[in-house]
Design a protein around this ligand. Structure first.
Ligand code: EPZ
Length: 420
């Protein structure tokens, strides 16, 4: 079992570079199922979710080779097995992203239902409704979903914006017969990045990033060489850390437009935000004000930065009401922050954070990927020693976080503790 040992308080200062976006790389990897040609992906982050998906793709006949920093995926053998087994899917629900491309390419897929996770039930009913509308036969049994059929373009409206739902169906429609119009789509930058990749492979997709996406199906898709967009959630985590610790951090290689909802918030609480060719510089010397937050689909404030923002509000002057509108159970970091001295009262989908409170180091436990990040930031700002347990959650989506924090001046070390 691995833990992070942190000694605070330290001030984060310096330059840090964003890695490739995990949530753009995952659908990009599954796009390899749509073609018989090699797919070259650059800036793929070295995180556990990517390795997990590579194992699943290997099981499905797609090999991966690292060459000069790029990941080259190519079909190495015809696999009669179009199954995504439970033991792989249960560790990473994004495995559901193989459903659309497999169905489109070979007319069949059988994927273990992902099941819930710490932050919520996370159904995939929208994915299945859309694939049904495209002409697929959908069967649910023994914890698996099986989809078969040839796909025909149609018009479909999602009941709510769903990121992987939009991605799954966009990939399925790319090889469908005729035109598909998808309405009420997710508008996240990761959706746009996937559309750009698919178009580079020969797809004909327009409108990604808007509510309505139009996909003209094509016969086949070919090779592409694509660089994954920078990770706005990883980068935003370090920028929040700059304000939390009254520091001065420049985030390099990030796309400021993708981070606009966060940058507006940081300026609103009283931090200085400067965007230039050098990168995004955020610094804060004085006190910060409490500011309410409501998470929303892009271009609203991302739910994946809610926990980190809650940590920031523990040290802001006033009361901040944080409304989590995307997931039903995404405040599990609150009681862990309370162990460090925060005053947070959770009522359903709302958390009230009373500040400013000086945080003190404590033993805390990560419950999910972004909660891990918020507790680590809290440890950096807190007086004394913090040990964050279950750091495997963090390694799913943050590339070398301890190294990046150390380069910004934090006193953090990864401890490997033998399983008791
Ligand atoms: C993606 O998850 C991200 N994961 C999540 O990041 C992110 O939190 C989430 O989008 C919201 O931005 C990846 O991209 C791999 P949704 P996804 O479908 O696609 C409901 C992280 O930390 N819904 O947009 O699974 C759902 O329950 C992870 O990197 C249905 O009801 O999220 C939720 O309330 C955590 N039926 C809302 O929609 C469906 O069929 C949005 O979920 C699909 C979704």
């Amino acid at each position: 079992m691995e833990k992070f040992h942190i000694v605070g308080p330290t001030r984060l200062a310096g330059r840090v570079r964003a890695s490739g976006a995990k949530n753009a790389a995952l659908p990009a990897l599954t796009a390899s199922l749509l073609t018989d040609e090699p797919l070259t992906l650059r800036r793929v982050p070295r995180v556990r979710d990517i390795r997990t998906l590579q194992k699943l793709l290997d099981h499905l006949g797609i090999g991966a080779e690292e060459r000069e920093g790029a990941l080259i995926l190519r079909r190495e053998r015809e696999s009669s097995d179009h199954d995504a087994p439970y033991d792989l899917v249960k560790t990473m629900r994004a495995s559901v992203l193989v459903l659309g491309p497999l169905l489109a390419k070979v007319g069949h897929a059988r994927v273990s239902l992902p099941g819930g996770c710490a932050i919520g039930v996370r159904p995939i009913d929208q994915h299945l409704k859309a694939l049904t509308a495209l002409g697929a036969d959908v069967q649910l049994s023994h914890g698996y979903v099986e989809v078969t059929g040839k796909l025909t373009g149609t018009r479909f409206r999602f009941d709510m914006p769903t990121v992987t739902g939009t991605e799954n169906v966009m990939m399925a429609a790319a090889l469908a017969r005729g035109t598909t119009v998808l309405e009420n789509c997710a508008r996240e930058p990761e959706v746009v990045d996937l559309a750009n990749l698919l178009n580079a492979m020969g797809a004909r997709i327009s409108g990604a990033g808007e509510e309505t996406i139009v996909i003209d199906g094509v016969e086949s898709l070919g090779a592409a060489d694509h660089t994954i967009i920078p990770d706005r959630i990883e980068g935003g985590t370090y920028l929040i850390g700059a304000v939390l610790t009254r520091g001065d951090v420049t985030l390099e290689g990030a796309n400021a437009a993708d981070l606009a909802p966060l940058l507006d918030k940081l300026a609103g609480v009283g931090a200085s935000v400067e965007v230039s060719a050098e990168g995004i510089r955020v610094h804060c010397a004085g006190d910060i004000q409490s500011l309410d937050l409501e998470t929303a689909p892009h271009p609203g404030f991302p739910t994946d930065l809610q926990a980190q923002y809650m940590t920031l509000m523990t040290r802001a002057d006033g009361v901040a009401t944080i409304s989590e509108t995307i997931f039903e159970n995404r405040f599990q970091h609150a009681p862990e922050l309370a162990r460090m001295g925060a005053d947070i009262r959770v009522e359903g989908g709302r958390a009230r954070v009373y500040g400013p409170k000086s945080l003190t180091g404590a033993g805390v436990m990560a419950t999910d990927l972004r909660a891990s990040a918020c507790l680590i930031l809290a440890g950096v700002a807190a007086e004394g020693e913090t040990v964050v347990d279950r750091i495997y959650h963090l390694d799913r989506g943050y590339e070398g976080m301890e190294l990046k924090l150390q380069s910004l001046g934090a006193r953090v070390a990864r401890w490997s503790v033998p399983m008791s």
